[in-house]
Design a protein. Sequence first.
Length: 505
Amino acid sequence: MAEEGLDTASCEGALPLAWHTPGDPQVTDGDPVRRLLRLDVESREAVEVPTGGPTIWEFDVGPDGTVIAIVSDDPTERGWHASRLVRIGPDGCETLHNPDEQIQCISIAPSGDRALIIEGPASDRKLVAGCLRLINLETGEICPLAALQLDDLTHATWLSNTVIGFSGWIGVGCRYGRVSTEGRILSEYAEAAQLGPGRFAARVEQGADYDMTIRESTGNPPEIALRNGTEWRTISNFNDGASARLPPHETTELEWLARDGTEICGLLLDPGGTMPGPLIVVVHGGPTASARCKFDPGGALQYVEAGYRVLLPNYRGSVGRGRAFTRAVIGDPAGSEWGDIVAGVDHVVAMGLADPARIGITGSSYGGYLSAWAAATSDRFAAAVVVSGISDLLACNYDCNHAFSEWVADGPMSEPAVRELLIARSPIYNIEPAAKPTLFLHGERDRCTPVTQAEMMYAALRRQGTRTRRVVFPREGHMIEEDEHRARLTEEALDWFAEHLEQTA
């Protein structure tokens, strides 16, 4: 039970949770928490499970009634970054694991003597992609499970006392399979597709002799799929006919080298036509996310339909390439990952597919931050569209609901070096006289990247005479969800790029 004054996760919109009557004051007195309740189904009586204070993020109950949970002392999204694993007893919480990174997907074995979690670097709640950890609930011993072979996992579940089913990211697609508690890989599959009901976590529901998920891939819209042999079989037709309405284009996986020789990959969507032509770079958010082979990767089809080539880079900080690749962004925002994106643009230009004078950039959240950085500092782009972005990493730390700025800077705000890094890598403090035309699209109620982030940079660009425009969507949070607003967002972005990339119908 989340009390009023807390928020949803960033991938759920980062909207304030509120039950007061609209128009009445919203009052916060002390720290609201996320409590754990035990509900008696027959009497419908709810009794609080005492924790001694910590807020509850996730929990599981063993066969003997043992409750283990992911908790933090700070009840806000900021506190989640420093969560720990506990056992909840009559005297409160007993700490089982203080992780070095973020944790999610807690699950107790059917035998009740062990539990599993996933631990890895994560910029936002529900974006953890990492390794399996087994916890012996009797001895407290914690060990990684097949860590050298299995990384970037987003979901795991017990299939028996000795077998665990797993799902996660790999490259521009997903992986899943089964692993024994001794660390032996029993089965593993990987494919260039999205497996799972949402874009923020791969997940396959696994049984004794079948697998089931919502599956989508290039050219194939989301449908429920069943696998009880060697191939997936589609068993729904919710999006029947969608493939026939796709704009003509080709999607290819592209690879290029960054300046330091690191291999970077991404997707290129090419509608054909004039070569070289205009190019739009769509930068994914997170940064612990990735561009994948989906039906509409990164929402790029709207640009393909308008005749643009689209590059979706999986820069350092993305998931699907292992922990070291994901962690490379920590302590270096707008650093090596920015170089990865520029190198990708140079590669497409060298292929003869992009006109260097007609390149645009866009992205949401961290992708919006990098798009704002491009507009402020780079001469590679003609225009930018910043969606739910960050312009001031330092101010955002105090204005938002989470600890992202400290996470990406790899240190607490109390350290002068951290504050100096955040200022040095904030678009608002680095706007050059030749800054590029920038459109800001933002939700009015966003608590992850508050609308003030758009307002500050919009004002700064206006003062120096740079072409800029701001559109704020009422009622919306970190994700623009209402149908009319989504249509308006697309229209605004297309119009902006048409104006500044000289795109003709």
